[in-house]
Design a binder for this molecule. Sequence first.
Ligand code: ZN
Length: 203
Amino acid sequence: MKILCIGRNYAEHAKELNNPLPKEPVFFMKPDTALLKDGAPFYHPDFSSDIHHEIEIVLRVGKAGKHISPEHALKYIDGISVGVDFTARDLQQQCKEKGLPWEKAKAFDGSAPIGKFIPFTEAHQSSEIVFGLLVNGEIRQQGSSNDMIFNFQSIITYLSQFVTLKTGDLIYTGTPSGVSAVKIGDQLIGTLNGEQLLSFVVK
Ligand code: ZN
């Protein structure tokens, strides 16, 4: 399986990092070794002193497809959860300045903690989805699917022009504003529509 991630999908977050608003989705990938499941701890790597949390809605692909049209896009999704797209912001900044790819800052081991999946339903397609991240019990990030620049359909259609989606692939759909560094000992909790789906600690 593979992990596809959308960058700069919320205007307020693009602004906080001084990035222009994208005209088309920005995407990158993480390998399966980035996944952190079932509440496993995140071991803070020593190659970065500025690992940022990015809470995101995550979609799970339920069947393979390519060149998927917007009308059919949501039929390819069978689960939804929240995940954290950990980002070594210091390394990412160096990569950006040199015009280099971001993998070093985005694809490292454990950089994709993922919550428990719940079925993707009609309500998720038609109504607002609210989600958030608590760090040590305090709200750090709060987001709404209504604030996405590119919605689920356009993300799936766009990605599948370039990359065949396969069963079990995960799509991280971008983070709202409020990103900041984690430190050893932090407890992170991710929620979707008020339900706690993700919980782990930084070690
Ligand atoms: Zn992200």
